[in-house]
Design a binder for this molecule. Structure first.
Ligand SMILES: Nc1ncnc2c1ncn2[C@@H]1O[C@H](COP(=O)(O)OP(=O)(O)OP(=O)(O)O)[C@@H](O)[C@H]1O
Ligand SMILES: [Mg+2]
Length: 374
């Protein structure tokens, strides 16, 4: 540890030394901050335990060296250390956040305050430098930022799907219906007038009409899968009922619904995310479960909502190898985490799968944006 005698402001009378010793004990007790002094030229003049912990140098390795060793080559090239001292000398103090370099060459994100110290005659004695390692905090901020960004990307995708679904339904769907009606009109007119080989043409017209019917159904189904209009118009409860009904009809698996979405607004972030979770969970039941029964339960109050989808199918072992390109469960979890919620998957071979998605309410787009701005 740096001794009292080697620092320029020590070596005074006994009571001053006693006070100085107390200050030194205090500073050494601080582990979360690097607290040390610089001489006016920037040489390190003292060192505390916090500095040793954060930057990795023992006192005898660093005292007397220039403090620019803590800076990255880019910062040194731009003369940043000298500029910071200049500003501290002129303005009294300077604050900075940025990458700094440890003894072992690794980098950490530092929050730094440099304060100029003057004697009674206003001569510059040196600088007090306090550094805090903010790497972990920055990592968490970045993580939160990336969740907020992907929530917005997700929202943009939902908006786009909504637009495509409307176009499909309102434009293509309506045109097909009009085409079918015109064709039916011609069929009726020709049916009475035609005889002989032209009857064959009429048969093919009838086939075309039934193809248009199935095309219309496909367009409706694709549009509804992209974004059921119920979700925006009537809300999550109606959309989940439609989803469950459609699933039952298509897959022949009995679905029991207990739904209470009174606390959720139609069309908000939470409804979309929960609908997508249910949609993926039911698709998984079709593809993997060989289930006979599915239960969908949604409960909500003003503080939270919880969606549970349970099947009685084959299940899978916890930790079972998942295809590297499988995205369903991952995507569900990502949707929930983006909105500050959680998703759990419980399963055992032969015991079905239970998916539980939980969100704290309210979840609003402006909350996501606020997280992004921080
Ligand atoms: N309800 C279920 N019953 C049985 N196994 C399931 C069920 N849901 C998921 N699984 C298992 O978990 C794996 C991962 O599911 P996930 O939805 O992530 O991927 P996937 O359905 O295989 O592909 P996709 O990316 O198209 O969703 C599945 O491959 C399947 O083995
Ligand atoms: Mg899946």
């Amino acid at each position: 540890m740096q001794t009292a005698e080697s620092t320029p402001w020590f070596g005074r009378n006994d009571s001053e030394i006693a006070i100085a010793d107390r200050y030194r004990l205090l500073i050494d007790a601080v582990h979360d901050y690097a607290i040390f002094m610089l001489e006016p030229g920037g040489l390190v003049a003292s060192w505390n335990l916090g500095a040793q912990r954060i930057k990795g140098y023992a006192p005898d390795e660093i005292v007397g060296r220039h403090f620019s060793v803590f800076y990255t080559p880019e910062d040194i090239a731009s003369d940043k250390p000298a500029r910071l001292l200049e500003t501290a000398a002129t303005d009294g103090r300077v604050e900075d956040e940025g990458w700094r370099v440890r003894k072992d060459g690794s980098r950490f994100w530092a929050d730094v305050v440099i304060t100029a110290i003057h004697d009674e005659s206003n001569a510059l004695l040196g600088y007090a430098k306090i550094t805090r390692d903010m790497t972990e905090r920055r990592r968490l901020d970045e993580l939160e930022h990336s969740h907020a960004v992907s929530a917005l990307v997700q929202q943009a995708r939902e908006n786009e799907q909504r637009r495509i679904a409307r176009e499909l339904h309102d434009d293509l769907g309506q045109r097909l219906v009009a085409l079918k009606m015109a064709l039916a009109q011609h069929q009726t007119e020709l049916g009475t007038a035609l005889a002989g080989p032209l009857r064959h043409t009429l048969t093919s017209l009838t086939e075309m009409a039934s193809q248009i019917d199935s095309l219309t159904m496909s367009v409706r189904r694709i549009a509804a899968d992209l974004r059921p209009s119920l979700l925006d118009d009537l809300g999550l409860e109606a959309a989940l009922e439609w989803l469950a009904h459609d699933f039952e009809r298509r897959c022949g698996v009995a679905v029991r619904c207990e739904l209470d979405a009174h606390a959720l607004e139609p069309g908000d972030f939470a409804t979309t995310a929960l609908f997508r979770v249910a949609q993926e969970a039911l698709t998984n039941v079709t593809r993997h479960a060989r289930a006979l029964n599915v239960a969908v339960r949604l409960s909500s109050d003003e503080h939270r909502c919880c969606l549970i989808i349970r099947d009685d199918g084959v299940g899978f072992a916890p930790g079972a190898a998942v295809r590297p390109d499988a995205f369903g469960l991952l995507g569900m979890r990502e949707r929930m985490v983006q909105l500050g919620g959680s998703l759990s998957v419980a399963s055992r071979p032969g015991a079905g799968v239970t998916i539980t998605a939980e969100l704290r309410l309210p979840v609003e787009p402006h909350q996501v944006k606020r997280r992004l701005q921080r």
